[in-house]
Write a protein that binds this ligand. Structure first.
Ligand SMILES: [Fe+2]
Length: 293
């Protein structure tokens, strides 16, 4: 059974424990989340210069779309203003700023109607974030920039939180991905040739649910959930951002959901920044915990 909690005021330790059992938390009217959505809107409107960004895909060819989206995503992910807003986002959601670290957020731009489903607009097939080298303790925050509908959000395959799916994650090494593939997104136009870890068997999608919020609404879930980009059949481009955090004590204590099927190697932990002051997470802070796994 999975419970969806709406605007539940609860301590972050108790909330993570609940998330690690597969439950979902939804929040509306979080100032930091709205501010990050507004920042994304500003960058998006600069990138599309006077066009309606949700419909700009119909005004240009794919090359032109990529030319605008690639720097937009880069600026959102790497800009200093974004990092400061992430600090506010996390604090407004009640995490402990000294023990919580975040990975810089990603802006997702998913056009409708198969206009572009690879590279900068890769439509993620079903996966757990752990298949990409993330730790079991990861918490995911998913936020629409413009209001979304079931036809352009994410699919959550809730039956598989604790049930394995045969997959290719044992071929995935995070360090190799960073060295060879991460920056190659814009080169992938017709098909995504990067070696994403994919499911290797059919799975039952009857437990699929889709959560569709307004601009700035936050959907929190354990990254151990099996999830995918739903094919966008909404007629408009979906813009959303997602942010991930870990609590260092969870990593050190080995808390978090059971690893049911991930064989990925390497770890993303070295990318995480402390909420309080943006200090990068140091390898010595988590090396012992990883060594005992
Ligand atoms: Fe994911």
């Amino acid at each position: 059974m999975i419970t969806v909690y709406l605007n539940r005021r609860i301590g972050d330790d108790d909330r993570r424990e609940s998330l690690f059992r597969g439950n979902f938390f939804l929040y509306t009217d979080i100032a930091g989340a709205d501010a990050l959505a507004d920042h994304a809107k500003d960058l998006i409107s600069q990138a599309f210069e006077g066009l309606d960004p949700e419909r700009a895909q119909y005004e240009m060819d794919v090359d032109e779309f990529i030319r605008r989206v690639e720097p937009l995503k880069g600026e959102f992910t790497n800009g200093q203003r974004t990092k400061e807003l992430c600090q506010q986002f996390a604090i407004d959601l009640g995490v402990d700023p000294e023990r919580t670290y975040f990975d810089i957020p990603r802006l997702r731009v998913i056009p409708a109607d198969q206009f572009l489903t690879a590279g900068v607009s890769y439509n993620y097939k079903a996966h757990r974030d752990m298949w990409y080298g993330h730790p079991q303790q990861l918490v995911n925050y998913w936020t629409p920039v413009f209001p979304v509908v079931g036809e352009n959000v994410m699919s959550m395959y809730t039956d598989y939180f604790d049930k394995p799916v045969k997959n290719g994650s044992n071929q995935y090494d995070y360090d190799e991905w960073v060295a060879k593939h991460r920056t190659a997104a814009a080169d992938n136009k017709e098909a995504d040739t990067r070696p994403h870890p994919l499911p290797l068997e059919e799975f039952d999608s009857r437990g699929e649910i889709r959560i569709a919020g307004q601009s700035g609404d936050v959907f929190m879930f354990s990254s151990n959930h099996l999830h995918a980009s739903a094919p966008n059949t909404s007629g408009v481009t979906r813009f959303s951002y997602d942010l991930r955090t870990i609590n260092l004590d969870d990593v050190r204590e080995g808390r978090g959901p059971r690893n049911v099927d991930s064989g990925a190697t390497g770890t993303t932990l070295g990318d995480f920044l402390r909420v309080s002051d943006l200090t990068p997470l140091q390898a010595e802070d988590y090396a012992d915990a990883l060594a005992t796994r």
